[in-house]
Ligand binder design. Structure first.
Ligand code: FES
Length: 252
């Protein structure tokens, strides 16, 4: 019989969670922040971006602790006696490498990108000290040059900014039931879009916007809001006596 609850330790804090809980979900219960790009709690999760890696020691049958090799926490289930460390040097270095690999094939136009300030890739790159590769360095190489899909009034697709997290694919299929988006091509040329590489405006897309809402970068942009000001500039502001920020709270 499977234990209903599992006891484990994360960053020195003991906790008990239902069996089947992922390490990511357990860490979040403790308020521990683990970066994610491809994970979404409402969708199936492929564990593909590898940004959420952690150090894990698991108890073996002989009672010894055995280190697992930086597994992704979003698809790793807790086990009894598991010891998790989320911020070791090896974990930080692995996450920085993942981010630098993504930046190596990403446009350098963050300053004028519609998503700047709200881009998860940008936020994590800043947090982990990851940067675009220097010319001639090991990660400096070929980049994608996918055409911009801008021929409809609602969504602009720039797949050069896509990190292949696949959340747009899954929300379109699993939540909206449309199956308009999917992975296209293979290897370095892999991208995401409608079948036969048709533009969005010529597909069965109903422009619900779910894919735009989940996109972690500027690959999918809502054209109806683009260029009309950053959200923090155009939100309604109110006077406040709050002693912390002194600038007034922002409302959506
Ligand atoms: Fe876990 Fe992407 S968030 S692998």
């Amino acid at each position: 019989m499977i234990d209903a609850t599992v006891e484990l330790t994360i960053d020195g804090q003991a906790l008990s969670v239902p069996a089947g809980t992922t390490v990511l979900a357990a860490a979040r219960q403790l308020g521990i922040d683990i970066p994610t790009l491809c994970h979404d709690p409402e969708l199936t999760n492929p564990g593909s971006c590898r940004l959420c890696v952690v150090e894990i020691e698991v108890a073996t049958a002989g009672g010894m602790m055995k280190m697992r090799n930086l597994p992704p926490s979003c698809v790793t289930a807790v086990s009894p006696g598991m010891v998790v460390r989320t911020g070791t040097e090896a974990v930080v270095e692995a996450r920085r490498t993942v981010l630098e690999l993504l930046l190596a094939n990403h446009p350098k136009d963050c300053l004028r990108c519609e998503r700047t300030g709200r881009c998860k890739l940008q936020t994590y790159a800043y947090e982990y000290g990851a940067d675009f590769p220097l010319p001639g360095s090991a990660l400096d190489g070929e980049r994608r040059h996918d055409p911009l899909d801008d021929g409809n009034p609602f969504i602009r697709r720039d797949m050069n900014k896509c990190v292949l997290c696949g959340k747009c694919v899954r929300v379109c299929a699993e939540v909206q039931g449309r199956h308009v988006l999917d992975y296209v091509k293979r290897g370095f040329a892999t991208t995401v879009g409608p079948a036969f590489e048709r533009p969005l405006g010529e597909s069965d897309c109903v422009f619900c916007g779910s894919c735009v809402a989940l996109c972690p970068t500027g690959a999918l942009v809502d054209k109806t809001k683009a260029g009309k000001g950053r959200p923090w500039d155009v939100r309604r502001k109110v006077r406040t006596t709050c002693p912390y920020c002194g600038t007034g709270c922002n409302f959506d």
